[in-house]
Ligand binder design. Structure first.
Ligand code: NAI
Ligand code: MG
Length: 360
């Protein structure tokens, strides 16, 4: 029986409009070889053009419109010459993440063949781990305020909020991800020496959760030395779980250790599948190269692979990543300029789609 997955496609702004079609090409190529169908509905909101027409980033009924999809395939949002970045981001992507309770932000950190790591001497296979970031609470809270503004008594406070529900559910997600992997190793980012209330609590929850996963080895590092170890010993890591702020930092540092921003994907995941999860490249709308046709489509295509894994299509998700890896291994002119080639978004996307099709 053929399974059908319903996908909301939101290209957004800038190079998102250029890379999303290449992601779809890869999805179509892989679906043709596997026993499922993809049904796409494209939306023009979450973009500067929509904002110019309607004075807002999203229609009022965005939640009801999108909530029934199996996943959201997203490009990028941001056109700072037209809409201020905080308006475009808070008016669209952050609404999706919060409204759809996408509390796990997941980024693979993997050195692909054909890509040179900025870390000296690192080869593909040396770096292969995930950063799992708590995406809804922690240090990014709206609890706080300013008293006596602009006086000598001025006081500014912003509280970190950790709930047992919020901490436990991200830890559970990370432990389960570790369980699905060969090394079965989990690293927790902490700072319980300096942040002496919330971070010891985080450590305590990690300890309690680890009792439920006896086959997973667990270690923890304070965030300062952990960032150093990402650079010095990236081979130590398998799944790294972190609070919102620490995860924000680690999830940029990790992919940066594996080469160009143009190849990194991410998932904003609602693990309970009550709401759709959202898959997008790590990069933004890249106004500096928009319209030139040279945006690297790999981050978008790899996001498509993550989306299929989330939808339970593991063979198809793996086939996309293998297609990417074979094309990158061959290297040469087919690659986009950020990878040293002379290819275009469209030619590299087509090459990967062809590779996926012939590989059956
Ligand atoms: P950016 O990721 O758009 O660009 C940073 C640099 O990387 C630029 O030099 C760009 O040309 C290059 N780059 C990015 N993606 C590339 C690709 N696929 N191939 C080749 N080169 C690539 O980040 P920036 O410049 O800080 O932000 C630009 C806009 O994007 C802003 O409006 C920002 O708010 C938005 N943004 C949106 C995100 C999202 O939708 N999730 C994430 C990050 C930024
Ligand atoms: Mg960030």
């Amino acid at each position: 029986m053929t399974r059908t997955h319903r996908i909301a496609v939101i290209p957004g702004d800038g190079i998102g409009v250029e890379t999303v079609p290449e992601g779809i090409k890869a999805l179509d190529a892989v679906a043709a070889n596997h026993d499922f169908e993809l049904e796409y509905t494209e939306y023009d909101f979450a973009s500067a053009n929509y904002w110019l027409k309607h004075g807002k980033m999203l229609p009022d009924n965005w939640f009801d419109e999108l909530k029934g999809y199996d996943a959201i395939f997203f490009g990028a949002v941001g056109a700072p010459d037209v809409v201020p970045d905080h308006v475009s981001l808070w008016g669209s992507l952050l609404k999706f993440r919060r409204g759809f309770d996408q509390y796990a932000n997941v980024r693979p950190v993997r050195l692909l063949p054909g890509i040179k790591s900025p870390l000296a001497g690192r080869l593909p296979g040396d770096i292969d781990f995930y950063v799992v970031r708590e995406n809804t609470e922690g240090e990014y809270s709206s609890v706080g305020g300013i008293m006596f503004p602009e006086t000598d008594r001025e006081i500014v406070m912003q509280e970190t909020v950790m709930t047992r529900t919020g901490v436990d559910r991200i830890l559970k997600y990370a432990f389960e991800l570790a369980e699905s992997r060969e090394r079965k190793h989990l690293t927790s980012a902490t700072k319980s020496n300096g942040i002496s209330i919330s971070m010891p609590y985080w450590d305590e929850r990690v300890k309690e959760m680890s009792a439920k996963y006896p086959d997973i080895s667990v270690d923890k590092f304070h965030i300062d030395i952990l960032t150093a170890n990402f650079v010095l010993h990236p081979d130590w890591f398998d799944v790294v779980v972190a609070s919102n702020l620490f995860g924000d930092i680690l999830s940029d540092l990790g992919p940066a250790c594996t080469g160009t921003i143009g190849v990194a994907p991410s998932g904003n995941i609602n693990p309970e599948r009550i709401y759709p999860s959202l898959f997008e490249p790590v990069h933004g709308s890249a106004p500096d190269i928009v319209g030139k046709g040279i945006a690297n489509p790999v981050g978008q295509i790899w996001s498509a692979s993550m989306m299929l894994n989330h939808l339970g299509e593991h063979a198809a998700g793996a086939a996309i990543l293998e297609g990417i890896e074979r094309v990158l291994t061959r290297g040469g002119d087919a690659l986009t300029p950020d990878l040293g080639g002379s290819g275009t978004t469209i030619s590299l996307g087509a090459e990967i789609a062809t590779e996926i099709s012939v590989a059956t």
